[in-house]
Every structure is written in C-alpha cells, then in structure tokens.
Design a protein around this ligand. Structure first.
Ligand SMILES: Cc1ncc(COP(=O)(O)O)c(C=O)c1O
Length: 445
C-alpha cells in the first residue's frame, strides 16, 4: 500500500509526500537501502556540525555521519572554504592537479606504508582495484575474505556478505554464498570464506588454496561482523601466513582509518601489502584510494617494467574530493583523533554501565571513535555470534525507533560514529536516551 493510501484521513507530512513520489521512480523509493526507514525515509533539509534538520523542521543529533564518513560532521566551514575555491576553478579535468599530489603526500605522512597510492571514487572501487592489483602482481585468481564482512559491491567481495544459519555451513568450511541472485558461479568459486578471529580454521582453509591465492582481504574491525576488533594473534597469523606464501595482505580501512592517525593497522603494528581507503578521506565527497608497497603498486605504473594493469576513472582524484579530503584530514590531526577516541571510550563505558543498571540483555563492541550495541548477552566475536535472531532483530528495531523519536540518528546496525563537533553534552544526551531505550527493551517480554 502506498503511504498516500494509508494516510487518507490525516494530512500528509512533507516526507510522506516525497516518499510517495520517490516510490514511483526509485526502486524502493531510495538509491541506497541504508536510507530506508519505516514508514518512510527521513528527508533532510540541512546539516550543520553534528546536527541534522529534516524537511519537517525536526533537528536530531547525527551519530551516523553518513555511515561513519563525516569525521567533522556536516558543512564543516574549512571544508566549505576549500571546496568553494575549487568550484570556481573547475571541478574535474582530464589533466592532473597539484592537490591530488598534496592529498597523497598527506596520506603517506600519516602512514609511511602507503609508499604509492591511487585515488578512485568509492570504497567499493578501492577494494576492487586492490584485488585486481593483487591478482596482477601475483598472477593468481583467488581471494580470501571473512564471513559476513562488507567490502562494497564487487562480485568476489560480496560472497558470504550476508549468509544465514540456513546456508552458512560448518564453521570449519563456511559456505560461499553469493549475495546477488545470478552472480556467476565462476566468481564464487574464486573466493575462500574464512571465519573471523578463528586462526586455526582460517589457516587450514588458506593452506588448501595457497598456490591459487592472490590476497587475503581483512577489515580489522568489520562492522557487519559485529564491529569487534580483530584479535592481535589473528592479525599476526594472517600477516605471517601471507608473507610465507607469497600472498598479499589487503587491509580494508574504509571505515577504520578514523581510529588511529594512520589507520587501525598502526595499533596492531601490522604492515599490509595494500590498504583500501574511502569515506573519511574525501571530506564528505565521493572518494576511495588504494595504497601500498611501491613494488606492488607498480603494476599500475605505465613507466615500470612491472606494468600489467591499465587503470583509469573519469572522476578519479577530482580536485573537489581530494581537496575536501586534504583539509579534512589536516584538521583531524593526532590531538583530534585522541580527543574523539577518548570521548568514545567514555561513551562506551557509560553504555555498559547503562546496560548493567537497566538489566537489559545487551553488550557493546567497538574501538576508536565507534561502538555498537548488540542485544546479545556477550559481545560477539564473529559473524555467527553477531547474527541477529528474529527476537533480537525486533529489539534492535524498537531500540532504533526509540532513539530516533528521542532525537538521535544511529547507524541501522545499532552503531554509533562520533564526529569532532561533538562534545560531552552530546554524549550525555546520547547516554540518557540509550538508558531509557534499554529500560523500555528490558520491560518488553
Ligand atoms: C569496510 C567497508 N569497505 C568498503 C565499503 C564500500 O565503500 P563505498 O560505500 O564508498 O563504496 C564500505 C562502505 O560502507 C565499508 O564499510
């Protein structure tokens, strides 16, 4: 039933009217499923700092930050100044710009392991190019990725992004489940699905395919696997095994780059061969980057004898995205990273206290400037433990609705991403709303 039909006796809100129009032209009424919300998506009028005002004039505190991509929140003044200047001088060229070099140099200053890098237009594209670089360098076709991990929309990386208990198979040999109906079996066959944080089973699976494997792709705190940081011993085992077997290690830092000055990998002391970046490094504009060892990245270098991967992209390294990214990262210096992480640590601790006080069955995972609430008695360590049973899913939905009504936008998994305009007063307000939400959930049979 359309929203119009449902609301014949009440005056339609502007959002409901917009959604009716959207349903007639956009599948599901949206261009990304993350925007879906019952009974209709929120239509934004404007954002400023950590607040977002919808077309009805309601302002909420935004703890989603466009899926953890806006480190300084909305409409940051320095980003606006840099972008406005650039807009007057042109937005995209088929020739190079200096700001592209400056942004790349800044990233290498943050992480010296980024010996060479290339910009692309999204995290998906960064991961796709990363996998293809690994294949081009090793001459091997297969990849390994963790069960449940989200790495964007490339066929191979979508395998077992969202398996269910009905098809995920045994933990020793997780099923290879395509996400999209019609995915070629040949693509699925080139993927080995590994159980996150389970070293013995992972190594056993990798050993079986070591001569055909180009890379192991891993996110050190995979959001959909539960936003649980990888165990240090697991990361070390992956680094050792890949180095021993001539397989590349590709770390997806599209989300986690915000966690440390040069990415979460610095906290683990691990140096991957390749790192995929996105989200935050574009300062609010579409971007991705693939960075890594010069020898490996030289498969993209037409001046190198290693050149085997012709690569291009119409909007890659456009000066708006890299210029916005550069000023954004310059402002997100070591002190700003530490301040945000400290604030998140306090918020996480107080969330745990609220769970204890209210007696709700829930737990918290996270690190850096993000954390996630699970309606599970203990923090999940892998995708299967994080998977929501129908009743847990219903609790999460009720909780998110409560938070929305209380004036907070969270990521729809129950995750929270902090931004630098936030102060302890926003954290206090968040904890208050979380506490009342937990009370409500605890009182529901
Ligand atoms: C860990 C991770 N990798 C890759 C991607 C894909 O990035 P994009 O949406 O920019 O294509 C995402 C997006 O949410 C992500 O969270």
């Amino acid at each position: 039933m359309s929203t119009q039909a449902m609301s014949t006796h009440v005056e339609m809100t502007r959002s409901a009217a917009l959604y009716d129009r959207a349903l007639a032209i956009l599948p599901g009424g949206v261009s990304r499923n993350a925007a879906l919300h019952d009974p209709h998506p929120l239509y934004v009028d404007r954002g400023a700092g950590c607040r977002l005002t919808d077309v009805e004039g309601v302002t909420r505190i935004d703890f989603a930050n466009n899926m953890a991509s806006l480190i300084h929140g909305h409409a940051d003044v320095d980003m606006i100044r840099a972008v406005t200047e650039q807009l007057r001088r042109g937005t995209a060229f088929s020739v190079a710009t200096e700001v592209e070099i400056r942004c790349a140099e800044h990233l290498r200053e943050r992480n010296p392991g980024f010996e060479k890098l290339r910009f692309v237009n999204s995290g998906t594209e960064a991961l796709m190019v990363g996998v293809k670089v690994a294949r081009a360098f090793t001459g091997r076709p297969m990849i390994a990725k963790a069960e449940g991990a989200y790495h964007g929309g490339y066929d191979y990386l979508e395998v077992s992004q969202a398996p269910t208990p009905a098809n995920w198979g045994s933990p020793g040999e997780p099923g290879r489940i395509p996400l999209v109906h019609g995915t070629p079996a040949s693509a699925v066959d080139e993927v080995v699905v590994i159980p996150f944080n389970d070293t013995d089973r992972t190594i056993a699976l990798l050993d079986r395919v070591k001569d055909r494997l180009a890379c192991v792709v891993i996110d050190l705190m995979p959001h959909r696997v539960g936003l649980n940081p990888a165990e240090a011993s697991y990361v070390t085992a992956l680094r050792d095994w890949t180095a021993r077997n001539g397989v590349l290690l590709l770390i997806d830092e599209v989300i986690t780059f915000r966690s440390c000055y040069g990415g979460l990998q610095q906290q683990y002391g691990v140096s991957p061969d390749l790192t995929a970046l996105g989200k935050m490094i574009g300062g609010g504009f579409p971007i991705g980057a693939i960075a890594g060892r010069a020898e490996v990245m030289d498969v993209l270098n037409p001046r190198s004898p290693r050149y085997v991967f012709p690569h291009s992209g119409t909007f890659s390294a456009n000066p708006v995205s890299v210029g916005a990214g550069l000023i954004t990262m310059q402002k997100f210096d070591r002190a700003a990273v530490d301040r945000l992480n400290d604030m998140a640590r306090v918020a996480m601790k107080r969330t745990e206290e609220a769970i204890r006080e209210t007696g709700v069955v829930a737990s918290v995972t996270g690190a850096g400037s993000m954390f996630r609430v699970h309606f599970k008695p203990a923090p999940p360590r892998n995708y299967r433990e994080a998977y929501l049973a129908p009743q847990e899913n219903a609790r999460l939905k009720a909780f998110l609705n409560h938070m929305f009504d209380a004036g907070f936008i969270l990521i729809n998994s129950g995750s929270v991403a902090l931004s630098t305009p936030m102060t302890m007063s926003e954290i206090d307000a968040l904890i208050e709303a979380l506490r009342s939400g937990f009370r409500k959930i605890a009182a529901t049979p």
